[in-house]
Design a protein around this ligand. Structure first.
Ligand SMILES: C[S@@+](CC[C@H](N)C(=O)[O-])C[C@H]1O[C@@H](n2cnc3c(N)ncnc32)[C@H](O)[C@@H]1O
Length: 304
């Protein structure tokens, strides 16, 4: 017996409460709120995937840039975020609060991260006069929802935060009738099956990131689930430690269920490859820890 999602009652618009803006948002009334990430165009971020008339689940919806732009692109949207910070797992280091005192760490992340990010989503929902629904639930619960209940499941920039990304990918694929979109998701450009640490594991302040999967592993995982995978180059800017936006690019992964109309009509020939044309290289060593951001809440929480 499958279980239905429990939708959140809309939160009131309350600008007096602090919000954490993960995304820069440009609202229809002209208001602009700067966030940690500025995404220059939604369509390029999802490989030009056509969302018109589709139902869509936006996993890890944060401040809602992807959710509300999907709605503007014609999708009927449901946002999903963690119900509680018990779902957040940190790489264990002896120096971190999440290793030493999990309850205190979860309380700090609830107050400084998850609740304020949820408030930013609901602020955006009001500003867009959105019809989107929202669910707060752990990824494991998604296995209990009806299979293929959304046309598209979209999960941007979240894989890196999951200790067990493969299990979550399974849950998302099961729910997606035609496509799983993973915008801004690294794929190490090798064709064997690898999952490697994102950092050299010598900086406890980077405890909130886990693994990069190889291109070959992405293809194999989705092949087992009945999907073909395409990779596109996506662009976004991140605020650096001085509050300046620095342009960057990463792969977006477009996985399409075989035998669907989307599999027949999606034109992968228009995609720009995220990698330079070169023979497959050996798996690189984990890159040095990314530069620290000045404004992001995550950087303030790193030592906790
Ligand atoms: C880096 S933001 C990505 C925001 C947006 N999806 C995008 O692509 O721009 C990560 C989002 O995933 C959620 N998240 C992070 N770790 C999570 C976990 N372990 N389980 C569930 N959600 C998580 C956060 O609350 C946040 O909304």
């Amino acid at each position: 017996m499958s279980k239905q999602p429990v939708y959140e009652q809309p939160w009131p618009l309350d600008p007096s409460k602090s919000a954490y803006w993960y995304h820069t948002m440009r609202f229809p009334d002209g208001e602009v709120i700067q966030g940690s990430w500025d995404i220059p165009g939604f369509s390029q971020y999802i490989g030009g995937y056509d969302l018109k008339g589709k139902t869509l689940l936006d996993v890890g919806t944060a401040s809602g840039y992807l959710a509300f732009n999907a709605e503007l692109a014609g999708a009927e949207v449901t946002g999903l975020d963690a119900a509680t910070t018990k779902e957040f797992r940190h790489f264990p280091y002896k120096e971190t609060l999440s290793y030493q005192d999990i309850a205190a760490s979860q309380a700090a992340w609830t107050e400084s991260n998850l609740d304020p990010i949820k408030r930013s989503w609901w602020y955006s929902w009001h500003k867009y006069n959105s019809k989107a629904k929202c669910v707060y639930a752990p990824h494991q619960e998604l296995y209990e929802w009806p299979a293929e209940m959304f046309d598209v499941v979209q999960a941007g920039a979240i894989i890196e935060h999951l200790s067990d990304p493969v299990y979550s990918v399974g849950a998302w694929a099961r729910l997606a009738r035609e496509a799983v979109l993973l915008p801004w998701t690294e794929a190490v450009p090798v064709d064997d099956l690898r999952m490697i640490p994102i950092t050299p594991l010598d900086d406890h302040r980077m405890m909130y990131v886990w693994w990069h999967l190889s291109r070959g592993l992405w293809i194999k995982l989705f092949d087992n689930l009945g999907f073909d995978v395409h990779f596109a180059k996506a662009h976004a800017s991140m605020q650096d430690e001085n509050g300046v936006y620095v342009q960057n690019h990463r792969p977006s992964i477009i996985a399409i269920r075989r035998g669907t109309n989307a599999a027949r009509t999606f034109d992968a020939s228009t995609l720009t490859s995220p990698w330079p044309e070169a023979p497959a290289a050996p798996a690189p060593e984990p890159s040095p820890a990314p530069a620290q951001r000045r404004k992001g809440l995550l950087s303030r929480l790193r030592d906790r």
